[in-house]
Design a protein around this ligand. Structure first.
Ligand code: SAM
Length: 208
């Protein structure tokens, strides 16, 4: 069975599950469909703590954003952002300072469509539809310069996403490319859902 929502482009088949919406389901959000809930239920069968892990990831995200803001970060690049509901970066940041700028990046068309709808009245937040494994496409995106100034400190976030990047794509190299672009004085926070490979652990711990 498929459902359609006003925040999903007509060409998207909601009968096909999306990682972003399955995650939204695990978080207790409302931006998911029967196909996503079916996968989410399977996930919970094999990983009974799936909801707690998702909520723990979200709590980590909150702590990371608040910590970076405490250290003077006023612009965030969130790679693999998912559907920005249930306490995401712009909500956390704008609660304290509406001038903080946030750019979300995701390659899931449904997540991007939801994000565009949620952010349409927010001049300080936007979403880019791009594959984070292609840093040149992300960093060369025409929407980026209006909100992110790489000459100023950037808060770089990759939360619950690096486990989607296969070793063949060199996750450490990808993280390094973004990290190097964010110098000087950038802060990055990465978190993967367990299990991680040792190579990926290296990637997430390689920068303060
Ligand atoms: C588990 S969700 C995490 C969402 C968000 N970071 C959070 O913590 O709530 C993973 C998201 O990463 C996105 N994603 C996975 N691989 C990606 C890639 N190569 N480029 C862009 N987005 C990607 C998925 O579409 C999904 O929305």
């Amino acid at each position: 069975m498929t459902e359609q929502s006003t925040c999903v482009p007509a060409e998207i088949n909601t009968g096909v599950p999306s990682a972003a919406r399955v995650y939204d389901y695990l978080l207790g959000g409302g931006h998911n469909f029967a196909s996503d809930r079916a996968v989410g239920s399977r996930v919970l069968q094999v990983l009974s703590a799936g909801r707690e892990i998702a909520q723990s990831n979200r709590a980590f995200l909150r702590r990371a954003v608040l910590e970076m803001m405490d250290r003077g970060i006023t612009q965030f690049l969130d790679l693999g952002s998912g559907i920005p509901t249930v306490g995401n970066v712009h909500e956390i940041a704008h609660h304290a300072n509406p001038d903080i700028r946030v750019v979300y990046v995701d390659y899931d068309e449904v997540a991007v469509a939801h994000s565009q709808l949620l952010l349409e009245d927010d001049a300080n937040a936007t979403v880019i539809n791009a594959d984070l494994c292609d840093p040149e496409a992300v960093l060369g995106s025409p929407e980026l310069p209006s909100l992110i100034d790489f000459d100023q400190p950037v808060g770089l976030l990759m939360v619950a996403v690096l486990h989607f990047v296969p070793d063949e794509k060199d996750p450490a190299g990808i993280v390094a490319r973004y990290r190097d672009c964010c110098r000087p004085a950038a802060w990055s926070r990465c978190r993967t859902s367990p299990p991680t490979t040792s190579r990926r652990r290296w990637a997430v711990s390689s920068r303060r």
